[in-house]
Design a protein around this ligand. Structure first.
Ligand code: G6P
Length: 369
């Protein structure tokens, strides 16, 4: 078993560290440095069909749903296509308004999640088209959808999803670029710059992984905490959700992810000197707002842990502890900031002695309702 884990203690740790390689594999053949075009040959929809799409409907469950929430920002921001996001388990039971002109993008690591499959069937029965973002070749979802974009993360064994998530994000970014090119919302120069950013990303992710010691220090200090709060805004709000989900899945610590601007409408009541608050505070257009949310936490004696670029002095000086990541383009920050949150959940779980790869009550893929 040790051999299968390539020297790592757990599959989850191995899979976290495989992410730079997984991202390279997911980008391979689809983009090229210096070029503006994106190649998604298995999409099953040509340029004409993509131009006719009126709306995108992203359907997923669990961690894959968090990828969808980030994807909405990119798809609306870069390709200007109105995008809805829903959970498979909600969509399938509400007689959704969906039909011709809608393109469903179903996101699933396994391609076997019952709720996601049922939601896609409901949408296609009503006349929508469907493409799959999936990690498992030949899975049910990929057979039922008209097209597919594989994530190429390689087999994911740990129940808590890691490399499947970051590669889903990369695929959604590729889809946004592709739609933006085809639909004329993304010019040559902008697209080329974004492709270049993507090509650089695996290397930057590798640098983030080299800062594991900073994460371990935070994990050691808070391994016995009862609760955790994760805050983010905009593109990073879904990453706050994902950070909280990872932590609860494998460490069994109660954790909540929240949009930082909504803190004053509830979670602020929870903050006291016992409460670790992880804030995603990278450079972006809402950094000022995030900094003022950090002030609010501090004013109530909450313990601030900033996850931010190492050169972000404003965020670093506010926080009691800092987990640094290399500076990266703000549009791609969701992928970058995910890495330290995965490591945090992992190390807290290891310190608490839980079964990291097979957490209680959870399944890798939920194939029944
Ligand atoms: C289970 C797994 C999660 C996963 C979710 C959706 O709950 O434990 O890690 O995110 O299913 O799975 P899918 O294969 O559809 O992405």
């Amino acid at each position: 078993a040790m051999a299968e884990k390539a020297g790592y203690k757990h599959f989850m740790q191995k899979e976290i560290f495989e992410q730079p390689r997984a991202l390279v594999d997911t980008l391979a053949g689809r983009v090229k440095a210096g070029e503006a075009e994106v190649f998604l040959p298995d999409l099953g929809l040509d340029a004409e069909a993509l131009k006719k799409v009126r709306r995108l409907v992203l359907l997923a469950c669990g961690t894959s749903w968090h990828a969808a929430l980030v994807g909405k920002f990119w798809l609306e921001g870069l390709a200007k296509v109105p995008t809805e996001v829903d959970l498979g388990s909600e969509f399938r039971y509400r007689d959704p308004l969906v039909g011709p002109g809608d393109l469903v993008v179903a996101i699933s690591q396994s391609g076997e999640t019952a709720d996601t499959l049922a939601a896609v069937r409901e949408a296609t029965a009503k006349g929508a088209q469907a493409v799959a973002v999936c990690n498992v070749v030949g899975s049910t979802l990929t057979r039922e959808a008209a097209g597919v974009i594989y994530t190429h993360a390689g087999p994911e064994i740990g129940v808590a999803s890691t490399k499947a998530f970051t590669t889903q994000l990369v695929v959604l970014f590729l889809l946004a670029l592709h739609l933006g090119r085809v639909r004329g919302t993304l010019g040559d120069e902008r697209a080329r710059a974004l492709v270049e950013d993507l090509v650089q990303l695996p290397g930057l992710l590798g640098q983030a992984l080299e800062r594991e010691a900073e994460v371990v220090a935070v994990a050691e200090r808070f391994a016995q905490a009862q609760d955790f709060l994760f805050l983010g805004r905009g593109l990073c709000y879904p990453i706050a959700l994902e950070g909280a989900l990872k932590l609860k899945e494998i460490s069994y610590i109660h954790a909540e992810g929240y949009p930082a601007g909504e803190m004053k409408h509830g979670p602020i009541a929870l903050i006291d000197q016992e409460m670790p608050v992880v804030v995603l505070a990278n450079h972006n257009e809402v950094l000022e707002k995030v900094l003022s949310n950090m002030e609010e936490v501090k004013a109530r004696q909450g313990i601030l842990i900033a996850v931010t670029e190492s050169d972000n002095t404003a965020a670093c000086s506010q926080a009691e502890m800092v987990i640094g990541v290399p500076p990266c383009p703000s549009l791609l920050a969701p992928i970058m900031l995910t890495v330290p949150l995965q490591l945090l959940a992992y190390h807290v779980a290891v310190l608490r002695g839980t079964d990291v790869d097979q957490p209680r009550n959870l399944a890798k893929s939920v194939t029944v309702e």
